[in-house]
Design a protein around this ligand. Structure first.
Ligand SMILES: Cc1cc2nc3c(=O)[nH]c(=O)nc-3n(C[C@H](O)[C@H](O)[C@H](O)COP(=O)(O)OP(=O)(O)OC[C@H]3O[C@@H](n4cnc5c(N)ncnc54)[C@H](O)[C@@H]3O)c2cc1C
Length: 420
């Protein structure tokens, strides 16, 4: 779409990751003229680095329903565009200690309460589904047939196609350096030396979101946390079918999915890397991060994955990947306005779930912006839910809290469903 006359739009989106593009697409689907800007290439942030697992089981009914909605919305977008990116392989969750078995039963209870299909299976069935999986130590195994995976750049491309077909104008290499505010309302942004006007601005800038919020003097409690995974080249004796399930093994802190004939395994380690985005160069590319084989997270990843996939050895040909997730102090995203500046919406802090959440988030953001309604429970999502906590304005506290949430994501046993 050509640029608007006088650089005036109905909405400006800062950031073209999955969150920004999905929101742009849904606003345009409702007839709005949208400008989506990125500091570097389109979808060159966490979205391009993501592993691509789409799992729907969460620890609360509300967050599980959001993810179920996401998968339905994604399949609807696929049908509309006539392109398929999602591979619905199903997923397996394993528990090898009595505590983890109790936890898994609790997760299944929540999933069933949300209406998600899930069943317990025995070791023989798990071996049938994933012949390369070690099962002899497993006490409980859950099978979720509607989960799956995709390649995140392909999802971004799907959104991109939908955006190009509607009233979304995309600008790459156009960093937003100022959010223009007047009379208590947002007026637009300055980006790449130009002024763009709109009554709605959406901060969908991922790990940079707290810096973008600072441009409007708003304290958004997000922090950048590193994450590692590897993609193992195909091993002749242990073929990984592209349709075999994804896996989550919380006790070992790992997850897996098939990838290009091989296996992709990632870790939610207990001591993650922490990033100050302001200390990175202005032309920083997330894809330029090169994981080192002797980094403690990588060493732990390979050790832990060999417990569940005994054929894995550090000398097998594999590609190491890393990227920066954007976490919040409670692990849920931050959506919507802060008091004081009308029209400035935040849409950030998706942790390790931004890809799977993005189809539903785009819909939810469009409804919030255009109708003022919340599609999902605002208590878990409202951007200003930390407003009354002065400690959440202190960067060191926010960083430490976000790193802890990341470490607890697999590392800490979930409480029983009644206590959630
Ligand atoms: C290694 C890794 C593995 C992951 N695996 C999974 C997974 O399996 N499943 C899953 O669901 N999620 C996964 N995630 C999380 C997921 O990738 C993110 O939650 C999601 O991509 C976030 O999307 P986003 O649009 O919020 O942010 P991003 O994709 O980071 O997009 C933000 C964009 O904003 C731009 N930007 C920043 N500042 C400015 C500015 N001033 N002006 C203009 N543009 C700006 C950036 O350049 C960037 O392109 C993973 C993440 C990582 C790093």
């Amino acid at each position: 779409m050509p640029a608007a006359a006088n650089n005036a739009y109905d909405a400006i989106i800062i950031g073209t990751g999955v969150a920004g593009l999905s929101t742009a697409m849904q606003l345009a689907a409702r007839g709005k003229r949208v400008l989506a800007l990125d500091r570097r290439g389109i979808s060159s942030g966490a979205t391009r680095q993501a592993s691509g697992l789409l799992g729907q089981m969460r620890s609360t009914v509300a967050s599980t329903r959001l993810l179920m909605d996401s998968i339905r919305t994604l399949q609807e977008i696929e049908r509309l565009l006539g392109q398929q990116v999602y591979r619905q392989t199903g997923s397996i969750r394993v528990a090898q200690t009595p505590e983890r078995a109790t936890e898994l039963r609790g997760h299944v209870e929540v999933a069933r309460a949300a209406g998600l299909k899930v069943e317990f299976i025995d070791r023989d069935r798990a071996t049938q589904l994933m012949p390369y999986l070690r099962t002899d130590d497993l006490l409980e195994i859950a099978w979720c047939p509607e989960d799956g995976y995709l390649n995140p750049p392909e999802l971004a491309e799907l959104y991109h196609e939908a955006c190009k077909a509607t009233a979304v104008h995309l600008r790459d290499f156009c960093p937003v350096t100022e959010i223009v505010v007047s009379g208590g309302s947002v007026q637009g942004v300055v980006a790449g030396g130009e002024t763009f006007r709109a009554p709605v601005v959406v901060n969908a800038s991922g790990a940079w979101s707290y810096l973008v919020a600072e441009q409007a003097k708003q304290p958004l409690p997000t922090a950048g946390i590193g994450h590692y995974y590897y993609t193992l080249a195909p091993v002749a004796e242990h073929p990984v079918d592209a349709n075999s399930p994804t896996l989550r093994d919380r006790e070992n802190l790992i997850y897996s999915r098939p990838a290009a004939g091989g296996l992709r395994v990632g870790i939610y380690e207990l001591e993650p890397d922490q990033y100050d985005m302001e200390s990175l160069p202005t032309d920083f590319e997330m894809s330029s991060l090169v994981p080192k084989a002797d980094h403690p997270s990588v060493v732990e990843l390979i050790e832990k994955s060999a417990v569940r996939f005994p054929f894995v050895r550090p000398d097998l040909p594999m590609t190491l990947h890393t990227g920066i997730m954007s976490f919040t102090p409670d692990g849920d995203p931050l959506l919507g306005e802060f008091a004081g500046i009308g029209g400035l919406y935040h849409c950030a802090g998706f942790g390790g779930h931004g890809v799977v959440q993005s189809p539903a988030i785009g819909l939810a953001m469009a409804e919030l912006i255009l109708d003022g309604t919340w599609r999902y429970n605002p208590d878990e999502l409202e951007a200003d839910r930390f407003f009354d906590m002065p400690q959440m304005r202190d960067r060191a506290t926010v960083k430490a809290r976000c790193a802890q949430v990341y470490a607890d994501y697999y590392g800490k046993l979930s409480p029983p469903p009644a206590k959630r």
